[in-house]
Write a protein that binds this ligand. Structure first.
Ligand code: ATP
Ligand code: MG
Length: 360
């Protein structure tokens, strides 16, 4: 299937099964979600749900609810609700009578997961098994909230650590450190030939959105009379993000004192992007030096960056530089940061014995 709000390619390992089961791997992300199915679908869209603001908006969209990229395109006429905050479903804080807003906030994760499952095109009477990626240090309660939101849409659901799923999808069962840098969280998982434990995982909250906020503040400080939004700061970041040294100057068009002007943002971009570096380096150091010294080199030489912030120019070199005191370091980036987690989730979904699913 194709909608203009989604992209679709052939999945890496399409497999048909004798039983009529649809296996889905879902990377449920703070800013975007991606899924892969055993029927060969791969789809991604923005993680957002929107309700038309009023009668005109309803007439315009002819829908009571909108999802994903369509929602973002129409953000002037719909009330947006983001199902995830910092990688998890936030629990409702209200008591007593609920306002329409709090009802929608609560409904958004369920509606969004239902929508994502519908993009996987389950056939009538087909069993649906789902594996979902969550932040590395998600609590039992965080995982339960995802399971609860998905329950009504699938027959069985399992939640696993997002960076672990990236490693699993790539068949990296041996020594490695996977760093998944998304919008809301930066998740690290130490792989060493067995199922990673809590002590192998880290979740940090300085990720893509943290950079957007900082870039926005820095630009507002340098150009106080400009019209700037956080979405614009995010778009600048997606185009020009870099760390380390760069010879070119970055300039963008901004409205300064109601006049379109070319503005230099090189220094601000560097400062905002580098603001997440020291935490990454110190967490990696901790996970390396806290490991059996005989195998630390195997970890250092197998660091893999995933998540879309891994596109940032100069990041692998900056991490290698930050860890060089420990010995030789090698940092690579996954080929497809949008789908790496979903593909790993699909692989785990297919590899789990049916008997295990039945026990859930
Ligand atoms: N070229 C780029 N350079 C830097 N950042 C980028 C680039 N492209 C996208 N991003 C940023 O990557 C983030 C989205 O990444 P990703 O899709 O991996 O996160 P997510 O899964 O939605 O979030 P999370 O994993 O934290 O729940 C956003 O902050 C986005 O602005
Ligand atoms: Mg993610």
């Amino acid at each position: 299937m194709t909608t203009d709000s989604t992209t679709e390619q052939a999945a890496e390992t399409p497999k048909s099964t004798e039983q009529d089961i649809l296996y889905i791997g879902l990377d449920l992300g703070t800013s975007q979600s991606a899924l892969a199915t055993n029927s060969g679908l791969m789809v991604n869209t923005a993680s957002v749900v929107g309700w038309p603001k009023d009668l005109i908006s309803f007439k315009l969209h002819q829908k009571t609810i909108l999802f994903g990229d369509e929602c973002m395109r129409n953000r002037m006429s719909v009330n947006l609700f983001f199902p995830l905050e910092k990688g998890i479903i936030s629990s409702p804080s209200h008591t007593g009578k609920k306002s329409e807003d709090s009802e929608r906030k609560e409904a958004a994760p369920v509606e969004f997961i239902k929508y994502m499952i519908s993009l996987a095109e389950p056939r009538e009477n087909q069993q649906v098994y789902l594996v979902v990626g969550a932040p590395a240090e998600a609590t039992a309660g965080d995982k339960q909230a995802i399971i609860k939101a998905a329950e009504g849409s699938v027959n069985s659901v399992l939640v696993a650590s997002q960076p672990f799923l990236v490693a699993y999808g790539l068949g990296m069962y041996g020594f490695s450190l996977v760093v998944d840098i998304g919008a809301g969280t930066l998740d690290i998982c130490r792989m060493h030939g067995t199922i990673p434990e809590e002590s192998d995982q880290r979740t940090l909250f300085k990720a893509g959105t943290f950079i957007d906020d900082m870039l926005f503040d820095l630009l507002k400080m340098r150009y106080p009379n400009t019209q700037l939004t956080k979405m614009m700061a995010r778009q600048f970041k997606e185009k020009y993000a870099y760390v380390g040294e760069m010879n070119e100057q970055i300039s963008v068009e901004l409205l300064l004192d109601k006049k379109l002007s070319r503005c230099d943002i090189t220094r601000e971009m560097k400062e905002a992007c580098e603001s997440i570096l020291s935490d990454i380096i110190s967490s990696l150091k901790e996970l390396i030096t806290g490991f059996d010294p005989e195998f630390q080199a195997d970890l250092r030489e197998n660091i893999l960056l995933a998540g879309c912030v891994s596109h940032m120019k100069g990041l692998p070199q900056a991490i290698e530089h930050g860890l060089f005191e420990l010995g030789p370091v090698k940092v690579d980036t996954v080929e497809d940061p949008v789908f790496a987690g979903a593909i790993g989730a699909l692989k785990l979904c297919q590899d789990m014995p049916i008997s295990e699913w039945r026990r859930m």
